[in-house]
Write a protein that binds this ligand. Structure first.
Ligand code: DX5
Ligand code: ZN
Length: 213
């Protein structure tokens, strides 16, 4: 299992220290939640702060856009050269075009599905994607409870991925901890995002290690 701690739950007064701690603690990606106050009822960080995250990080950034105008935000964050940019399918009229744009910028494209969105809705995009992110909470806040139906959804997504693009990763985001990570692994998940579990743990390396299964 690859682990992408979400810095949404870090101490923003000690941002560089916490980003270094997760990278030295063995994370695979640094998950960055970008919220615009429109697509979700919360507002987080823009390119100035994400630039500081990138400077402190020794692992690729995994930028999760929760915004209304995806193309604008892709252009804003592209110069930071993140590993991945993911955007919500619920908020994009031309997902195929945006995937090509992200890849053309040298960034790995990913699509995010809210808890209610059907895996089949992105079936014909899978061959162009490097990762699919399934939300296991409603996007907007850290520290929410895991929605168990995502386990069945991961299995359905995995079947489609096997058929269309077996190299595409499945990532799950929200309410992930050491108690549900095994079930996620068995269902077919490759990458877990974890915010509050990692940053509330007494030891960041131990927390990350407990998710690697
Ligand atoms: C929620 C964000 C998540 C969040 C996860 O909208 O996308 O990345 O930080 O936090 P936890 O792990 O606390 O549910
Ligand atoms: Zn996220």
């Amino acid at each position: 299992m690859l682990v992408a701690p979400s810095i949404l739950s870090c101490d923003f007064g000690n941002l560089a220290r916490d980003v270094k701690a997760i990278c030295e603690g063995g994370c695979d990606f640094v998950h960055v939640d970008v919220m615009d106050g429109h697509f979700v009822p919360n507002l987080t960080i823009g390119p100035v702060v994400v630039e500081a995250v990138a400077k402190a990080a020794t692992k690729p950034l995994d930028i999760h856009l929760m915004v209304e105008n995806n193309t604008f935000f892709v252009d804003l964050f592209a110069p930071i050269k993140p590993g991945f940019i993911s955007f919500h399918i619920e908020e994009e009229k031309h997902p195929h075009r945006l995937i090509q744009k992200i890849r053309g910028l040298g960034i790995r494209p990913a699509i995010v599905l809210n808890p209610h969105t059907r895996p089949e809705s992105i079936e014909y995009l899978l061959e162009d994607l490097d990762m699919v992110l399934l939300m296991s909470v409603n996007p907007g806040f850290g520290g929410q409870k895991f929605i168990p139906s995502v386990l069945e959804k991961v299995k359905r997504m995995k079947d489609l991925i096997e058929k269309r693009n077996p190299k595409c990763l499945i990532e799950v985001d929200g309410g992930v901890n050491n108690e549900n990570v095994q079930d996620l692994k068995r269902a077919g998940v490759d990458v877990v995002v974890a915010g509050s579990y990692v940053f509330k743990h007494h030891s960041i390396p131990e927390a990350i290690n407990s998710l690697k299964c």
